[in-house]
Write a protein that binds this ligand. Structure first.
Ligand code: ADP
Ligand code: MG
Length: 264
C-alpha cells in the first residue's frame, strides 16, 4: 500500500473526498494534486479534454487504481486502509471487497459478461459473493432491469442487445450492490448518436434518486441539466468547480472558457 494515510480523517459528511491525489505513469504525471469533495446525493459532472486524467481519477476513487500519494475516502472511510490501535493498516481482501461494494462503476464500453444473459449480468456480483440467494436472484435482477426499462430483455445475451441497451444493463448491474456512490466514465461516448438519449434518460432517473454520482461526460448540455456541480478538469488538476450556470455559462478561468467554447 503506497497511499499516504492522513493523521486525521475528514468528517463523515462527505460521500467522496479526494485529497492531494497524485499519480504518474512513468514520467507522465496524470494526477497532479487533486482535491475533490462530493456531498451525499450530489451529482457532479466532470468535463475536460481527452487525456487530462479524468478516467484515472474515477478509477482511483473506485480503488481500481493506486495513488502515488494522497487519499480517497468514501462515506468518511479511507479506502484500502483501516484503523488498528490508532494506526492505519492495509485492509485484507474481505474488507477490500466490502469497500468496493460501496461504489458502482459504469464503463465506457459496458464490459458486460458476454456468456451471461442480461439478468444474470445484473446479479452476477451479489450472486458470486453469496449475498443474494439463487432463489431471489431473478426477482432482484428483474426489478433492477425494470428500473432501466429492460425487464422484457432479461433473457437476452449482450450480443442480442443494442449498445444503448447494453449500457442500460451495465447501469442496472452497477446499482445491484446498492452502492452509495455511482461513478460513470463517459457512459455514452461509445454509442451511436441515436442511442445516446435512452442512456441519458436512465442516468437522469438515477440522478433523481438519492444516489451520489460522479459522471465524466462530453455531453455538456446534459451535464448542465442534471449536475448540481460541474468540475472542469485539465492536465491532472481541478481547474474550476461550481454550479453549471457559472462554470458552463460564465467560466472564470481562461482554460475553461477555451474548452467550453470549443465543445459547445
Ligand atoms: P482521460 O480520461 O481524461 O482521457 P486518462 O485518465 O485516461 O485521461 O489518461 C490520462 C493520461 O494517462 C493519458 O496520457 C494516458 O495515456 C495515461 N494513462 C492512462 N492509463 C494508463 C496506463 N494504465 N498506463 C500508462 N499510461 C496511462
Ligand atoms: Mg477517459
Amino acid at each position: 500500500m503506497n497511499q499516504q494515510a492522513p493523521q486525521r480523517l475528514p468528517a463523515a459528511t462527505a460521500a467522496i473526498s479526494v485529497h492531494g491525489a497524485t499519480k504518474s505513469y512513468g514520467d507522465n504525471a496524470v494526477l497532479r494534486g487533486v482535491d475533490l469533495t462530493v456531498r451525499p446525493g450530489e451529482i457532479v459532472a466532470v468535463i475536460g479534454p481527452s487525456g487530462s486524467g479524468k478516467s484515472t481519477l474515477l478509477r482511483a476513487i473506485a480503488n481500481l487504481e493506486q495513488l502515488d500519494s494522497g487519499y480517497v475516502c468514501i462515506d468518511g472511510q479511507l479506502l484500502g486502509v483501516r484503523r488498528e490501535g490508532g494506526r492505519l493498516r492495509a485492509v485484507g481482501d474481505r474488507q477490500a471487497r466490502r469497500d468496493r461494494r460501496r461504489i458502482g462503476f459504469v464503463f465506457q464500453n459496458f464490459n458486460l459478461f458476454g456468456n451471461l444473459t442480461a439478468v444474470q449480468n445484473v446479479v452476477a456480483a451479489p450472486r458470486a459473493t453469496g449475498r443474494l440467494a439463487r432463489a431471489d436472484a431473478r426477482e432482484t435482477g428483474l426489478r433492477l432491469l425494470d428500473r432501466v426499462g429492460l425487464a422484457d430483455w432479461a433473457d437476452h445475451y449482450p450480443r442480442q442487445l443494442s449498445g444503448g441497451q447494453q449500457q442500460r444493463v451495465a447501469i442496472a448491474r452497477a446499482l445491484a450492490p446498492e452502492p452509495s456512490v455511482l461513478l460513470l466514465d463517459e457512459p455514452t461516448s461509445a454509442l451511436d448518436p441515436e442511442l445516446v438519449g435512452e442512456v441519458l434518460s436512465v442516468i437522469r432517473d438515477c440522478a433523481a434518486d438519492d444516489v451520489t454520482m460522479v459522471l465524466v461526460t462530453h455531453e455538456i448540455a446534459f451535464a448542465r441539466e442534471v449536475a448540481d456541480r460541474i468540475v472542469f478538469f485539465d492536465q491532472g488538476q481541478v481547474v474550476e468547480s461550481g454550479p453549471p450556470e457559472l462554470v458552463i455559462d460564465e467560466p472564470q478561468k481562461a482554460r475553461t472558457r477555451q474548452f467550453i467554447g470549443a465543445v459547445l
